[in-house]
Design a protein around this ligand. Structure first.
Ligand code: ZN
Length: 109
């Protein structure tokens, strides 16, 4: 199989599964972004007084007590639940594609 044929085959496969791949990519990006954000906040310290406090928090969603590192700052839902919520929201949006589409703005004339 030459390279052009292989490229074509890959293109076909990607096209056939585009929506699933997009979702996977989105989830991977979400997860990685949250990691980056956490690292950035950790690097900045983000206000010395706020870092003093309990080192564990209770998730409002799953109710588990987790180390503060399992949460983003000022969040009361743990990272895992947030990722799950994002995923569920994404699935709902795909189930009703018209629900949250922004309407194109009408500028009149
Ligand atoms: Zn949770």
């Amino acid at each position: 199989m030459n390279v052009a044929a292989l490229d074509e085959r890959i293109f076909e496969l990607v096209s056939a599964h585009r929506s699933e791949l997009e979702q996977l990519v989105r989830q991977a990006v979400d997860t990685e972004l949250e990691r980056l954000i956490e690292a950035e906040f950790a690097r900045r310290g983000n206000g010395s007084s706020e870092t003093v406090g309990p080192t564990t928090k209770v998730c409002r969603d799953c109710g588990r007590t987790l180390p503060a590192s399992g949460f983003e700052k000022h969040r009361h839902v743990c990272r895992e639940c947030r990722i799950r919520q994002n995923r569920e929201r994404e699935q709902r949006r795909q189930a009703e594609p018209d629900a949250e589409l922004p309407r194109p703005r009408d500028h009149g004339d």
